[in-house]
Design a protein around this ligand. Structure first.
Ligand code: MFK
Length: 410
């Protein structure tokens, strides 16, 4: 994390100011009826796009460093929006704030000297990981977010953000987050170059190398995806052991399956939801705001874990949320949460979201979300019955192990 001493002259701003600033930077319409005209005005900014990355001035990490205050302690009137029934902070709201902040950090990195409005449309491509250090976030103490661009490709940027909360006279860490944002042209149709990054110290070189390693890891894990490759020998053994454990000893049949005691079939651990994507949830580019999708998916995932385990779930880690396709305003968004792996009192929940067009009956996956929850009480083991469910189970185990191994969980 860059510290304030290396952060130049950045002054803390509030989350409300972050959103207003984003609207100014892209010239977003305030009224939905003006959105076509606002988009037409943005098209003209096309001429400001760089033809090559080398034409753009390089930036330092501290150039994009931002501090934002969420004044839950000093401005009680904003608490309501953030409050959950347990008198703690709604994590879904924090996901929304991280998304807005990540985008502003990238606009600060790519700041166009010529004018106020940016020709770039910066979208969230991936939430690489979020690790939480605290189970409960207090609703009555100020929160501070800090972050900066930590790695740059040709058209993509990795952003590292940290959230801290003020209590007992100091700010204490709450979570660390890594997002990947992609720059597109003003109409969000083609990729656009972003400013290169200059590294100023061995510490920054290390952070940048981690960004490179993260990119390689993402490519490797995408290649080894169970949707493309067979499971490893060790994983095949796990699946076969589960299969053997569920055979009925009284019959000599591959089809007669019995649920072990204190276990639940995977098909019985789902929760589904529908969202109609109204203009209120639009982002600055008149698509559905990524943070809104994350909040809705998180809350359904949380409810799924709660229904499954019958005690309060605490989020421990979020990883690998890929935004595969933008969600248009007016879409019918179908969300489906599934407990796909369990270990002791931990549940790994996958939320799949897709848009459905009733006119054509075509479905398109827009996102897949992975959440790791720890529940207050012991939970039943989840048991896959079909081959497809077994792959979901192994994928859930991979996400769970990665969350634990990287020590992003407490
Ligand atoms: C009003 C107040 C509120 C303000 C809030 C503002 C927040 C606004 C932010 C948002 O809400 S954005 C909405 C949520 N996100 C989306 O809807 C994005 C949906 N996904 C897409 O549009 C495309 O999948 C995406 C543009 C992300 C990628 O498209 P492509 O797969 O065609 O990309 P391409 O192959 O051209 O690669 C472009 C770059 O992206 C990188 N990339 C693509 N997918 C990636 C991925 N999954 N992970 C990491 N990097 C990725 C890729 O490596 C490359 O980087 P480099 O040029 O640096 O090499």
């Amino acid at each position: 994390m860059l510290t304030s001493s290396t952060s130049g002259s950045q002054v803390s701003q509030t989350m409300e100011e972050v959103r207003n600033r984003l609207r100014e930077i892209v010239g977003a319409s305030t009224n939905w009826r003006d959105h076509v005209q606002a988009m037409n005005e943005r098209k003209a900014l096309h001429t400001l796009l760089a033809k090559n990355q080398a034409d753009l001035p390089p930036r330092k990490m501290r150039d994009s460093y931002i501090e934002v205050i969420l004044p839950l302690g000093s401005q009680p009137e904003i608490r309501e929006k953030y409050l959950n029934v347990h008198n703690s902070v709604r994590f879904g709201r924090i996901l929304e704030d991280l998304d807005s902040l990540g985008v502003l950090i990238c606009y600060t990195h790519t700041k166009h000297e010529a004018g106020q409005m940016s020709p770039l449309s910066i979208v969230t491509a991936l939430v690489d990981k979020i690790g939480l250090w605290k189970q409960d976030i207090r609703p009555d103490c100020d929160i501070k977010f800090v972050g900066n661009v930590s790695w740059v490709g040709r058209t993509s940027m990795e952003v590292k953000m940290h959230m801290l909360q003020f209590h007992d006279g100091a700010y204490h860490p709450v979570l660390d987050a890594t997002f990947v944002m992609v720059a597109r042209d003003p109409e969000n149709k083609r990729p656009a170059f972003v400013n290169p990054l200059i590294l100023e110290s061995p510490e920054e070189e290390k952070i940048f190398k981690e960004g490179e390693a993260n990119k390689t890891r993402r490519v490797d894990s995408s290649r080894a995806s169970l949707l493309k490759m067979a499971p490893t020998a060790e994983e095949r053994n796990i699946v076969h052991d589960i299969f053997l454990n569920t055979l009925d000893p009284r019959t000599v049949s591959f089809r007669s399956r019995l649920l072990p005691p204190t276990a639940v079939w995977m098909e019985d651990a789902k929760l589904k939801g529908l969202e109609i994507c109204h203009p209120q949830e639009r982002n600055i580019f008149n698509r559905i705001f990524g943070g809104f999708l994350m909040r809705k998916a998180y809350e359904l995932g949380w409810a799924c874990a709660y229904s499954y385990g019958n005690s309060r779930p605490y989020v421990v880690a979020v990883d690998d949320i890929m935004f595969q396709k933008p969600v248009e305003i007016g879409s019918l968004l179908l969300l489906s949460a599934q407990v796909c792996y369990t270990e002791k009192n931990n549940a790994q929940v996958r939320v799949h979201s897709e848009v459905y067009d009733p006119a054509t009956r075509v479905h398109h996956t827009t996102n897949v979300f992975h959440f790791t929850f720890m529940l207050e009480n012991e939970i039943p083991s989840i048991v896959p019955r079909t081959y497809g469910e077994s792959m979901l189970y192994l994928d859930g185990k991979r996400h769970f192990d990665s969350a634990m191994k990287e020590n992003i969980a407490p």
